[in-house]
Design a protein around this ligand. Structure first.
Ligand code: NAD
Length: 510
């Protein structure tokens, strides 16, 4: 007999703290922690009320860089799932799935049954989530190649699958986009043939028009915009340029050279009240852009999809340091041969990626001043090389060296073949599905009159992002386990269930 059970239906919580109406789930939730004063700790509990709309509206996603490897892989993957496609490979028949998406492929422990066995439900049965098969998808690309040929250019999916999907994808052509060559590598110029022209203000308005047009023509309730275009160089943050919303809007009106393309897309989305997600490492969200999102109460999330090497690093550094071993050196080599790798082969765009990848061990080190002195941290080096032959099949090689008991050394060497876009596409889906959920949630402290939306900066999505953007003054969490349980426990809170404690006292007491 199985020692766990999986419930494949929506669940109902029977509790005086949870009310289901036709349109909402209202949960009263005790958020517990402890306040620390000197060496005195006082447990605290604050009652919060969450209100979640039950109805999932009609949602569309607009991808910037739609014709790239991620954009084509995601679009083809959704279509294949929608149509239930299967295809032959030399290893046999493969069928469409959503592996790699936590919303579609993981289960959550929700309690125990009468035999004290843990019961699990699929994550998307905890709270109503968007079904990716219902997602309308479209986008912009500086390359005007149709999506069928762009999928072929990407060389990611199996040929037999491509053949089945090609006729549908070839009818889809990306909308023209904004191209400012100085922001990405010069080697991208030869694909830039599908462009909007004009001043920055005019081009941003065209993007706003495209968003409205997409929403109206497809009859959508909500649109989410995702940047999955090339990595840009970092932009300067300067007083008067982009430090406030007003300054940023003025800089756009004045056609300032130092407003990046991605910031133009973010501002256009925010002004159209559409959630904006940044899947690349650059600092799109300059302070003025964040202030604008706060002013319009529009949700934003970033930066840089956390798919392969960094994801593993955020597990391993946690595992090593929280086993009491002193991680002293992390060296990561990557080589990849896709267009992302080509774009990252210039120093400015590489620098954005290097910065995004290098913060990942900081929080776990900072939390342990027992082994690490103040200001001490492990050596951490990241190398990325462009090797066309390996295509989208990125190689990531890491060496971790730990100091162990009584002067010993423990060395871990890893080789990780990341099918880059097939790892990233389901993450993009999760970001869209969870961000959409966040737009349906309102919260208030028990004593407050009014409900408000979540904080516009969605740090709850950190699990999916290499360099998580957090509200000003909040700690940044990189470790994968706390990030994942932040999402799971948050979804449980929305239906009035306690956080996963792993205590299992039902099995540990006499
Ligand atoms: P890609 O180069 O295949 O696709 C990027 C697309 O963006 C290209 O089609 C390009 O023509 C287009 N583009 C460039 N500038 C544009 C603009 N101004 N407007 C519209 N389109 C524009 O890259 P990819 O592999 O799809 O990755 C996309 C982004 O995601 C990269 O920045 C990459 O660093 C980031 N990322 C990818 C992964 C992963 O695992 N695949 C992980 C983390 C981050």
């Amino acid at each position: 007999m199985e020692d766990t059970a999986v419930l494949n239906t929506n669940i109902i919580v029977d509790s005086p703290n949870v009310v289901y109406t036709d349109s909402e789930i209202i949960s009263s939730y005790d958020y517990s922690d402890a306040r620390v004063h000197g060496n005195i700790l006082t447990p605290t509990t604050e009652r919060l009320v969450f209100k979640t709309e039950r109805h999932v509206p009609r949602v569309g996603a607009l991808l910037v860089g739609w014709g790239g490897n991620n954009g084509t892989t995601l679009t083809a993957g959704i279509l294949a799932n929608k149509l239930g496609l299967s295809w032959e490979t030399k290893e046999g028949t493969k069928t469409s799935n959503y592996f790699g998406s936590i919303c579609k492929s993981i289960t959550v422990r929700v309690g125990i049954d009468d035999n004290q066995k843990p019961v699990y439900v699929p994550l998307n049965n905890v709270i109503p989530l968007l079904d990716p098969n219902d997602l309308e998808i479209w986008g912009w690309d500086i390359s005007g190649v149709n999506m069928g040929d762009a999928m072929r250019r990407a060389k990611v999916l199996d040929w037999n699958l491509q053949q089945q999907i090609y006729p549908m994808l070839k009818e889809m052509v990306p909308m023209p986009s904004i191209y400012l060559p100085e922001w990405i590598a010069a080697n991208q110029e030869d694909r830039a043939d599908n462009l909007i022209h004009g001043t920055k203000f005019e081009m941003m308005n065209k993007i706003r028009h495209d968003i409205r047009d997409f929403k109206n023509s497809k009859g959508l309730d909500k649109v989410i915009v995702v940047w999955t275009a090339n990595t840009e160089k970092y932009c300067v943050v300067r007083h008067g340029l982009n430090d406030t919303a007003e300054h940023l809007l003025n800089s756009i009106r004045e056609d300032s050279d130092e407003v990046s393309v991605s910031t133009l897309f973010a501002v256009a989305s925010i002004l159209e009240e559409c959630t904006y997600i940044n899947g690349s490492p650059q600092n799109t969200f300059v302070p003025g852009c964040i202030e604008l999102a706060e002013r319009f109460n529009v949700l934003i999330a970033g930066d840089d999809f956390k798919s392969g090497q960094t994801k593993l690093k955020s597990v391993l550094s946690d595992f090593i340091i929280n086993s009491g071993l002193k991680l002293q050196s992390v060296v990561s080599y990557n080589h990849l041969g896709n267009n992302d790798g080509k774009n990252l082969s210039t120093p400015e765009t590489f620098r954005s990626k290097e910065l995004s990848k290098s913060g990942v061990i900081e929080d776990v080190v900072r939390a342990n001043r027992l082994m690490y002195k103040y200001d001490e941290s492990p050596d951490h080096c990241v190398v990325i090389k462009y090797v066309p032959f390996v295509g989208d099949s990125k190689r990531a090689m890491d060496e971790y060296v730990n100091e162990i008991f009584m002067g010993g050394k423990n060395t871990i060497a890893l080789h990780n073949t990341c099918e880059d876009s097939m790892l990233a596409a389901p993450l993009i889906l999760d970001l869209i599905m969870l961000a959409e959920l966040c737009t349906r949630i309102q919260v208030k402290r028990d004593k407050d009159e009014k409900f408000t939306k979540m904080h516009p900066v969605m740090s709850i999505l950190s699990f999916l992002l290499k360099s998580p953007l957090v509200p000003s003054g909040s700690p940044i969490i990189h470790c994968l386990f706390p990030q994942r349980y932040a999402i799971i426990n948050f979804l449980k809170a929305l239906i009035g269930l306690p956080p996963e404690s792993f205590l299992m006292l039902e099995h540990r007491l006499e």
